[in-house]
Each structure stands twice: as structure tokens, then as C-alpha cells.
Ligand binder design. Structure first.
Ligand code: SF4
Length: 240
């Protein structure tokens, strides 16, 4: 999630952060961690928990709301109570579309089946930086595991009649990858769109070359996927 501390997507109208605590995935490029170091923010330290002030916010209607953009609401260590309370608040404001992005899609399923706790209009997203697991970069589940669970969730939700759901994969920050295996992971999810961005904070990550990124973008577009290229990727790698 927290690659940039501002609005991560130009199609999102509101980022809403009712969850506090340090994110268990502990990604080396995380902007939330950076914020904790630089501003000594107490909100994103300690155990995952609710942040009452944000929870009380009037979410209004007609907005695309990114839920918990500064941590991962569906990380294994987040108490079920915290997730249920936040989803209940979303259901109170059904006039919005909610974005739930995670690196642990297996846990999304626990709140979708057997009892669906999600609001009516959802966009489910998954961060997938590469097909390769980089344990020194992130403690999140392995990429193939993430792809498997989001793909399965998509199939089960479609079968259960949730036709308005949207799914996306966000490749940000993009890391060195194997083209065919990475494409297969993304393709397994059958996302409505793929977002691709680069390491904007220059965290010394293992990055692919511009040619490798272009090959991935071309392959995705050839297979009719909508690819949304983030400005940093355009600026640094010349990919459009
Ligand atoms: S998953 Fe957690 S640690 Fe990783 S970037 Fe997102 S908020 Fe930060």
C-alpha cells in the first residue's frame, strides 16, 4: 500500500485511515514507516488497532474511498474485530465505492465468505511487485500465494453473484521479475486493470530495466489488459 504518502491513485477521491499501528509486512520502501521515522507519528506505531478519530469521519457518498492506504487492513496480525468494525462503517455509507488493497488477499476471503461483510460497491486490489519473493524487501506472503488467493476470491465472488466487484493488481514499486511467470501471476487474477509504478523514494530496490518493463506492459496490453502507468514510471523509465 503505502508507496507514497499522498493520494496513491488519481481515480481515488478520499483516502480514509481508521486503522492505526505498524504494518506487519514491514516493507523496506513503505512511506508510512518513513513518516514514523521523520515525524515520530504515534498513529502508525504499536499493535494494529482502531483510530477512533478517523473512524468517526462522515464518509458522505458518491466518492471512491481508499480504505487504510497507510497500512494493510488484511494483514494476519490485524484483529478480526478491527476489520469488522471498519467494514461495518463502510456499509453505513453505501453510496461510496470502496477500495480494499492488500498484500494478503487470503484474508479478504474470510470477510467475504460465508458471511459477506463488505459494502455493496468494492474494488479489490493486490500489490504484486514481482513474481519473485524478496524477503529483505517485504515480509508479506509470496507473490504466487497472493495471486492465487485474489484469483480465487474473484471467481467465488462472481459465482456468488457479486457482479459489480472490480479487481486490480498494482505493480508498485516494480521489482526485477521473470516476464512469463509474472504475467501468469497477474493473468490468474483476471484484473479489470493493472497499475504499474516505480520506486519513488529511491530505496535501492532491485529494479528491472526500461526494456523489461516495456515488455511487460506490451504483453499485458496485447492480452487486452488495461494498464495504468504511474507518473514516476513514465519519468524514470520512459514507459507510457
Ligand atoms: S504493506 Fe504495509 S509495510 Fe508494506 S508498503 Fe503497505 S503499509 Fe507499508
Amino acid at each position: 500500500m503505502a508507496v507514497s504518502s499522498g493520494n496513491m491513485y488519481d481515480w481515488v477521491g478520499l483516502t480514509w485511515n481508521p486503522e492505526a499501528g505498524a504494518c506487519p509486512h514491514d516493507c523496506s520502501y513503505c512511506s508510512t514507516k518513513h513518516m514514523v521515522y521523520t515525524k515520530a507519528s504515534p498513529k502508525y506505531q504499536g499493535a494494529p488497532r482502531l483510530w477512533p478519530k478517523a473512524l468517526a469521519k462522515d464518509l458522505k457518498s458518491g466518492q471512491v474511498v481508499f480504505v487504510c492506504a497507510q497500512n494493510d487492513l488484511f494483514a494476519d496480525l490485524v484483529p478480526p474485530f478491527v476489520i469488522s468494525v471498519i467494514l461495518a462503517k463502510c456499509r453505513e455509507f453505501q453510496g461510496n465505492t470502496y477500495v480494499f488493497q492488500t498484500k494478503n488477499p487470503a484474508r479478504l476471503g474470510e470477510f467475504a465468505f460465508p458471511k459477506d461483510q463488505f459494502p455493496a460497491m468494492c474494488i479489490f486490489g493486490m500489490t504484486l511487485e514481482s513474481d519473485i519473493a524478496y524477503p529483505t524487501v517485504s515480509k508479506a506472503p509470496a507473490p504466487c500465494e497472493r495471486a492465487y488467493h485474489l484469483g480465487q476470491l474473484r471467481v467465488r465472488r462472481r459465482q456468488a453473484g457479486f457482479q459489480s466487484d472490480k479487481f486490480f493488481v498494482t505493480v508498485e514499486p516494480i521489482l526485477l521479475f521473470n516476464l512469463d511467470a509474472f504475467f501468469d501471476d497477474i493473468d490468474y487474477v483476471r484484473p479489470d486493470f493493472v497499475n504499474i509504478g516505480a520506486d519513488s523514494k529511491r530505496c535501492n530496490l532491485p529494479e528491472p530495466s526500461a526494456d523489461q518493463i516495456r515488455a511487460l506492459v506490451e504483453l499485458l496490453r496485447e492480452k487486452r489488459y488495461e494498464v495504468r502507468v504511474k507518473p514516476e514510471l513514465r519519468r524514470r523509465f520512459g514507459v507510457v
